[in-house]
Write a protein that binds this ligand. Structure first.
Ligand code: HEM
Ligand SMILES: *[C@@H]1O[C@H](CO)[C@@H](O)[C@H](O)[C@H]1NC(C)=O
Ligand SMILES: *[C@@H]1O[C@H](CO)[C@@H](O)[C@H](O)[C@H]1NC(C)=O
Ligand SMILES: *[C@@H]1O[C@H](CO)[C@@H](O)[C@H](O)[C@H]1NC(C)=O
Ligand SMILES: *[C@@H]1O[C@H](CO)[C@@H](O)[C@H](O)[C@H]1NC(C)=O
Ligand SMILES: *[C@@H]1O[C@H](CO)[C@@H](O)[C@H](O)[C@H]1NC(C)=O
Length: 601
């Protein structure tokens, strides 16, 4: 410890008051009693452990690197590091050269590349999970208490000199200021990949089965204990709720018929609670697995589709297995619903989002000969990065009407007034906003973004650049490299002081986007691993489960293996609207087609 700081501390004790400069002087370099792990010295996934007062060691075991800070590559790591193409080049190849992909799609190379995508991405996610927001070291409580979200990087140590470690200012920028200055929409900017609202509501609906934050302000707890694709948004996140939602006949879910169509039952007909404002009476509330899905007609639309699909599959299974009781029909159908979901997500949702010309494939057998853990734990970072609120438009266009947010949110009559077909048609033909690039978040959801930033500080999320390194990306060296321009870069620099102090969520939304893309590099490179690990880590993808008998025989297995978004809609509606995750290719909006005209159904 330097002599002058010893003197200062003595002066403090004697005078019982500290010179204001003490804390700043004191934490300027290692060797003072700043926790040395606050400097994030260990590279390449090395683990920082503190010893004594001012010493640390990096545990570089199996990182492929050695040395004090795990910076020196072992032979093969050096070779791989040298040969590894940058994520941007890989992305470029996967999204260009259509003629090449047309060939590859038809050969064994498709399987080979799909297996690569799955393994390279999932290998970035530790499994079994490691830390949570209470524990920054490996321990049993953190592993076993599944009421926590896990996290990839441990929290910023509590005794660091700045909120982000050692870099940046003592005070982080005001969240409200960040949101209004950089995220609030000026003019609606449609997503250049052609993403529509059908995609946006699918994203929200699908992810809210595993993002159900409990006690928002605190240690990062979740109510969704399935930690993955368990269809808890259809069946409820606990057994009591599931039993209340079930008809207890033929495996089916309760429903009501309105204008000759099947919809979720009302809250009065079940015993479940939904989150609605007080102004909505229980008879007007639909009972859905996920408590908050009354919020938007887009969510109750998907809830209705999955309800109809569940009951449709029950009929098919019952015909195959007349001896089966309610319980077996229900349980088997649930697995089919989970399988259909994963297939639609990989082959259509992720396919669209990625923009890849490689034809993605949902085939669990691709992983049967590799080391892969069939388990998953949802991470706080995944939750933070999935706040894609810029997708939301300025207002909603349905069947010739323009509906503002004030008449859209918690409006219980819209769903049945228009019916599923017209809503699908409307959402599939209206553009969603570009998520990345800043200045594209509608004012109704800016409060949510502020909440995300506040939460990340409560949870002491590490700086964006630390996450870049964790995902094998080069940390940014300047704000202008990060935004790709000058003005916003300067403003951010003024607020944060140091690129190494930039926060996770603001960075994901403000990073320069890839040309013509919905996101920047980091959202994709960080989001895809969590996503694919969650999808393939599902037990139904494991060798013991992935066989026809699990799904009630070949018929059920075939339903899983041929599920599409279009079938989800059109096998459960009277007529078949335009349905996709992207806008119709030409500007001549296709009008509804009849189901007969679609031979593949
Ligand atoms: C108009 C449409 C939307 C509104 C009004 C809305 C509103 C909200 C609100 C109020 C919260 C809770 C915030 C809190 O507890 O602090 C939330 C959470 C969230 N929203 Fe949205 N949202 C909308 C659309 C979307 C969309 C399209 C997505 C796309 C994925 C999305 C993703 C999320 C996620 C991941 C969470 C965190 C959920 C959790 O941890 O429990 N939202 N949203
Ligand atoms: C390891 O990291 C620390 C802290 O960042 C630094 O002071 C030290 O010089 C590094 N050691 C080596 C060998 O690079
Ligand atoms: C999980 O941890 C929280 C906070 O420490 C505690 O309140 C809760 O009882 C734990 N749950 C279980 C199942 O151990
Ligand atoms: C539903 O809400 C009511 C009133 O808040 C409460 O008394 C009841 O226990 C809740 N029911 C369930 C199943 O949570
Ligand atoms: C291969 O991918 C390209 C780009 O998505 C697509 O146009 C083509 O139809 C695909 N080929 C096959 C055989 O699916
Ligand atoms: C629900 O939407 C309909 C149709 O746009 C509108 O007439 C009605 O006022 C809305 N209800 C509420 C409570 O906003």
């Amino acid at each position: 410890m330097k002599v002058n700081s010893v003197l200062l501390i003595w002066a403090c004790i004697l005078l019982q008051e500290c010179p204001l400069t003490l804390s700043e002087e004191d934490n300027s370099e290692p060797g003072d009693n700043v926790n040395p792990c606050c400097y994030y010295p260990c590279q390449h996934w090395g683990v920082c452990v503190r010893f004594g007062l001012d010493r640390y060691e990096c545990d570089c075991t199996r990182t492929g690197y050695y040395g004090e800070n795990c910076t020196i590559p072992e032979f093969w790591s050096g070779v791989f590091e040298f040969l590894r193409p940058s994520p941007n080049s890989v992305h470029y190849i996967l999204t260009h050269f259509r003629w090449l992909w047309d060939l590859i799609n038809k050969t064994f190379l498709r399987d080979f590349l799909m297996r690569m995508v799955l393994t390279v991405r999932s290998n970035l996610i530790p499994s079994p999970p490691t830390y949570n927001s209470k524990y920054d070291y490996i321990n049993w409580e953190s592993y076993s208490n599944i009421t926590y979200y896990t996290r990839l990087l441990p929290p910023v140590p509590l005794d660091c000199p700045t909120p982000m470690g050692t870099k940046g200012k003592i005070q982080l920028p005001d969240p409200k200021l960040l949101v209004e200055k950089f995220m609030l929409r000026r003019k609606f900017r449609p997503d250049p990949q052609g993403t529509n609202l059908m995609f946006a509501f699918f994203a929200q609906h699908f992810t809210h089965q595993f993002f159900k934050t409990h006690n928002r302000v605190g240690l990062g707890f979740t109510k969704a204990l399935g930690h993955g694709v368990d269809a808890g948004h259809v069946y409820g996140d606990n057994l009591d709720r599931q039993l209340d939602l079930r008809l207890h006949r033929d495996g089916k879910l309760k429903y009501q018929i309105i204008k000759g169509e099947m919809y979720p039952p009302t809250v009065t007909e079940t015993n479940v609670n939904m989150s609605y404002p007080k102004s909505v009476p229980p008879e007007g509330q639909m009972a859905i697995g996920q408590e908050v899905f009354g919020l938007l007609p887009g969510l109750s639309m998907y809830a209705t589709l999955w309800l109809r699909e569940h009951n449709r599959v029950c009929d098919i299974l019952k015909k195959e297995h007349p001896t089966w009781g309610d319980e077996q029909l229900f349980q088997t159908t649930r697995l089919i619903i989970i399988g259909e979901t994963i297939r639609i997500v990989i082959e259509e949702y992720v396919q669209h989002l990625s923009g890849y010309y490689l034809k993605l494939k949902f085939d669990p057998t691709l992983l049967f000969r590799s080391q892969f853990q069939y388990q998953n734990r949802i991470a706080v970072e995944f939750n933070q990065l999935y706040h894609w609120h810029p997708l939301m438009p300025d207002s909603f266009f349905i069947d010739g009407d323009e509906i503002p947010y004030s008449q859209f949110i918690y409006n219980t009559s819209l769903l049945t007034h228009y019916g599923i077909e017209k809503l699908v048609q409307a959402f599939s033909t209206q553009a969603a906003g570009q998520v990345g690039g800043g200045h594209n978040m509608h004012q109704v959801v800016t409060r949510v973004a502020e909440g995300v930033i506040k939460e990340s500080r409560e949870l002491r999320l590490r700086p964006f650049n630390e996450y870049r390194k964790r995902f094998n990306l080069k940390p940014y060296t300047s704000f202008s490299e990060f935004t790709g321009e000058k003005k916003i870069a300067r403003e951010l620099e003024e607020l944060y002081g140091d690129i190494d102090a930039l926060e996770f969520y603001p960075a994901l939304l403000l990073e320069k986007t890839r040309p013509g893309n919905i996101f920047g590099e980091s959202m994709v490179e960080m989001g895809a691993p969590f996503s694919l690990k969650g999808l393939l880590g599902n037990p139904i993808c494991s060798p013991e489960y992935w066989k026809p008998s699990t799904f009630g025989g070949q018929i059920g297995f075939d339903i899983v293996n041929s599920a599409t978004l279009e079938k989800l809609v059109c096998l459960n509606t009277k007529w078949c609207p335009y349905v996709a995750f992207y806008l119709p290719p030409s500007d001549s909006h296709q009008q509804g087609k009849t189901i007969e005209s679609r031979s593949e159904l």
